[in-house]
Design a binder for this molecule. Structure first.
Ligand SMILES: [Zn+2]
Ligand SMILES: [Zn+2]
Length: 758
């Protein structure tokens, strides 16, 4: 012990710690948690919310302080996300005598993160089912550990007055809980009870209120085979029984949903296991507090009326209203977004009553507004974690962490699976699922959400990024806005953005080989690309490989009339096309070069092969051919010949088509040929990557683009590449389809801005 320490007398063992925590630490029960921990450790001091998180000043013995700092993240509330924890120790003491929560009302809390919506927690579920509890069977029960967040927030700082709970003043009982640090509802902004909170009600098909227990009425209607609109967290669903194909058909017809699969809500994971295969990791994701729709393999061939492909999307109840609706009587329900064709999911009571007339036989609604639309998230489980088709409710608006700090940029995304991305510091805030911008309501939702995110996260973009495609409405928006605000616009090639998104998703910034396979995207040469092998990074790329372009007879028509692609493939391969309807017309168009743009889209190759094999010749939605081809594939290891030539190194698929048709003519099953087709693509990809590695010395491969939603390819290709010595990057936090693209645009724009500075 040195002299100085001794001279500090009896306080020699006490120290002062300043602890700053960044992340989701507000509105998630963090301060009460700290309060408990402080008491256990016999520490004194203060805590306050700051503009970037939470700040603690504590005094006590050094060992206790250190243990406290170590334990803090370990036992933190479920919803808290600690991004960063900084501790500084000092000898100077302030002499705290107790522990206090300081008022943070005057602070501008714009630099914090906002929690996504979270499913009902176990404590609330227990109370919900307890007849002695004052919230017994109350469909809006929540606490600091659960309930709505993102979907009810209008503005920040996050408090009740700035949410759609503002119109429900707390009763004295709720207010007491709210102010009691020992209570689970301490500072739970959406806290409410039957006396003071929202109310649920039931209306018949004509929009007339029906007296009685709204939830019972809805359940009875469902049991009787009716279609009921149910208001959830981020939007309204249409629900019906899923054991009756006739009811599902009626819903499909009324909703104009043709053949797209429906999602199913199951009472619990055991129920899901009755209709699907559920692995341990799938069960974990199903039951996680984010409650995404998980795509599970169907058992046998049941539920064809729900999903025609190999998978069915299953989710578990995530609001108290869902839990009560299922009661003890229902096991599973179709739960599909209430919308018409491709318009956004409905969120508003009046809108639902007006637009669902003749579709819904009843309406289970309530008087809490949905401030922000947020569709259900949709994912597969791959390697024990989510592999997203759609990242939305339960995940958004939690940001993607980037390797280094970024300038404030808005990336405008693509068009069909539109999303946008905004950056602040080392965070990239990716929007929720928005939909197809070609639809006017969707485009309005898109611009509205951009404004909402900019306000919530206090971001004023200094540059915008968009796609090269001049016809995308997101491009048009970016052009208009950058002109008006006189800020730079960085235009990013579609597949380059995919590659960059996958890099950012994996926090990689070194050059990679990027296999980017999707439906279509405008290339730098003005043609449509989509089965690309790129070499590049955020700064640029080279098109190393691709596939032989396919003439799209009739342009955009081919995405639905996929037999046009079949004709083009067969014709180009020098094969018989006579059996295809309108063959003579297609032949003429090809000869004249009339509206036959060339495309190297992987989606088109899938469509064409699905049509040749007779699996699907007319598609009712984009990508249907690929999905059904995957579903049809048998277990088979055969491979067709792979011909690669030229620069860029193109896969000439003609030899594959010839071999495929020859086997087909000899009676080989389409299921076998479908499997061999995918195996061939995998081998083709491996050969392209090997050639790219020889040319560049790079041995990391990033997989991105919507075609990597094919689980046959996603389970086999990474393993094949790894066997050849490659490191494989795949998407983890964002979708591989166009929804994830805005993240890549943003990273490329940031790199361009950086280069400009130098
Ligand atoms: Zn709760
Ligand atoms: Zn109350």
């Amino acid at each position: 012990m040195d002299l100085e320490t001794i001279s500090r007398g009896e306080c020699w063992s006490l120290e002062h710690a300043w602890i700053h925590i960044r992340g989701i630490v507000q509105g998630v029960g963090f301060r009460p948690y700290v309060h408990r921990l402080v008491r256990e450790r016999d520490l004194r001091g203060t805590i306050k919310n700051t503009s970037s998180g939470v700040e603690l000043e504590l005094e006590g013995e050094r060992e206790a302080l250190e243990r406290f700092a170590a334990e803090l993240p370990e036992r933190a509330p479920k919803l808290a996300v600690i991004e960063e924890l900084a501790v500084e120790y000092a000898d100077e003491l302030k002499g705290f005598s107790d522990f206090r929560i300081l008022d943070s009302k005057t602070e501008l809390v714009r630099d914090t993160l906002i929690s996504p919506d979270i499913c009902t927690c176990d404590d609330c579920l227990r109370e919900l089912k307890d007849p002695a509890d004052r919230r017994y069977r109350y469909p809006f029960i929540n606490c600091t550990n659960c309930g709505p967040r993102f979907t009810i927030i209008r503005d920040v700082p996050y408090d009740r007055a700035r949410t759609s709970m503002a119109v429900f003043p707390m009763c004295p009982d709720c207010d007491r809980e709210y102010h009691d640090i020992e209570n689970r509802r301490y500072h739970a902004q959406p806290d409410c009870c039957p006396d003071c909170g929202p109310k649920v009600f039931y209306l018949d098909g004509d929009g007339r209120r029906v007296e009685g227990d709204a939830i019972e009425l809805a359940r009875e209607a469902l049991k009787a085979g009716q279609i009921v609109a149910v208001k959830g967290l981020g939007g309204i669903h249409l629900a019906c029984r899923c054991d009756d194909p006739e009811i599902a058909r009626t819903l499909r017809r009324k909703k104009q949903r043709d053949e797209k699969p429906f999602a199913v809500m199951c009472r619990d994971a055991d129920c899901a296991a009755k209709i699907c295969e559920v692995s341990d990791s799938e069960r974990k994701i199903l039951e996680s507090f984010r409650r995404p729709i998980v795509l599970l393999k169907k058992k046998a061939d049941g539920l064809r009326h729900i999903s025609e492909n190999r998978y069915v999307g299953v989710m578990l109840p995530y609001t108290p209203l869902h839990v009560l609706l299922f009661g003890d009587e229902l096991d599973m329900l179709v739960m599909t977004s209430a919308n018409l064709s491709d318009t956004p999911m409905m969120t508003d009571n009046d809108e639902a009553l007006a637009n669902l007339r003749g579709i819904a036989d009843g309406f289970l609604l309530h008087d809490r507004d949905i401030q922000t639309r947020c569709d259900d998230s949709l994912c597969w489980v791959l390697g024990g974690a989510e592999y997203f088709a759609r990242r939305s409710r339960g995940y958004v608006p939690f940001p993607i962490r980037t390797e280094r700090a970024l300038s404030p940029i808005l990336a405008c995304g693509a068009e069909q699976k539109a999303s946008f991305c905004l950056s602040r510091g080392s965070y990239a805030f990716l929007s929720q699922h928005i939909g197809d911008l070609k639809n006017m309501e969707t485009f309005d939702a898109y611009t509205g959400q951009i404004r909402h995110f900019e306000r919530l996260f206090d971001i004023q973009p200094r540059a915008l990024a968009c796609d090269l495609h001049p016809d995308y409405l997101s491009t048009e928006y970016a052009l208009r806005r950058t002109e008006k605000e006189e800020i730079p616009l960085i235009r990013v090639q579609h597949h380059h953005a995919h590659l960059a998104a996958c890099m950012a998703d994996n926090r990689v910034s070194d050059k990679v080989i990027g296999l980017v396979w999707d439906g279509t995207g405008l290339g730098t040469d003005g043609t449509s690309w989509g089965a690309e092998c790129l070499i590049g990074d955020f700064n640029g790329f080279e098109r190393f490989g691709s596939i032989r372009p396919i003439p799209l007879i009739g342009g955009d028509l081919v995405t639905k009339q996929t037999d046009r692609v079949a004709f083009a493939l067969l014709h180009d391969a020098g094969l018989e096309t006579g059996e295809i309807e309108n063959a003579a017309l297609y032949e003429q168009m090809l000869k004249a070069g009339l509206n036959c743009p060339l495309s190297s889209g992987m989606g088109r190759l899938f469509d064409g092969v699905a049509a040749i094999l007779g699996i699907k010749t007319r598609c009712s939605y984009e990508g249907q051919g690929a999905v059904l081809l995957e579903a049809a594939a048998a277990e088979d290891d055969g491979v067709f010949p792979v011909v690669l030539e030229g620069s860029p190194l193109r896969f000439d698929w003609r030899e594959m088509i010839r071999e495929m048709v020859s086997l087909q003519n000899r009676g080989v099953e389409p299921s076998v040929l479908a499997a061999r087709f995918m195996n061939t693509l995998i081998e083709m990809a491996v050969l392209q990557c090997i050639a790219a590695r020889e040319a560049s010395g790079i041995s990391t491969v990033a997989l991105s683009g919507g075609s990597f939603q094919n689980m046959v390819i996603m389970t086999r290709l990474p393993a094949r590449l790894e066997k050849e010595g490659f490191r494989v990057l795949r998407h983890r936090q964002v979708s591989c389809n166009d929804e994830g693209l805005s993240l890549g645009q943003l990273m490329i724009a940031e790199a361009a801005i950086e280069r400009e500075k130098q």
